[in-house]
Design a protein around this ligand. Sequence first.
Ligand code: FE
Length: 241
Amino acid sequence: MAKSKKSPLGRRGFLKGAAAGAAAFAANPQSVGAAAQEQDHDHQTVPSDLTLRVKSLESLLVEKGIVDRAALDALIDTYEHKVGPRNGARVVARAWTDPEYKKRLLADGTAAIGELGYQGEQGAHIRVVENTSKVHNLVVCTLCSCYPWPVLGLPPVWYKSAPYRSRAVIDPRGVLQEFGTEIADDIEVRVWDSTAEQRYLVLPERPPGTEKLTEEELAALVTRDAMIGVAKVSGSKGGRI
Ligand code: FE
């Protein structure tokens, strides 16, 4: 894979932008709110009422010594990186090794994912979109942070950030480059905008040289980022999930 030119707004930039927005709001909610309204994106910059309430509760519980912030961080990290995405990785590995399952998965993602025991909330459908040698899929929620949580767990912070949500649609190739993912010009990039009713999971391409791996070994290669579409699956183990 060719090394990409990293612009100032990479994964780190998305994270920094999200954190800066929250910090600026905490420092001066009115001015940030006004500036955001000028851009017609107040709901993107200002944390929601629910977010603020959760933050306040967390601060209170920590202050009173009822919960330990490090323990909370560890718990969130587990759901964000380990428990959730492992479900999706199993779905992908099954699709790579069982052509009939793959057919069912692409025809009705919700039902095929349910076959492996992963159920979502009522009314939220998961559509699985397949990466091929001609098409690369990228998932975003431009409005908020809709995410296929039964297969991916909690969304990463950058997925919920305003820069990712807007730029994934305006300049998907640029965003992919910032994640270090180079997509050749002759490959079509499709962007899928999630909603409360319709979530998306990317079925990445099976990397070459993995023909002898078991389903379990294949699942270990599949990363969360590859199932959102900001990365590809590499044939060597060690992908961050
Ligand atoms: Fe959303």
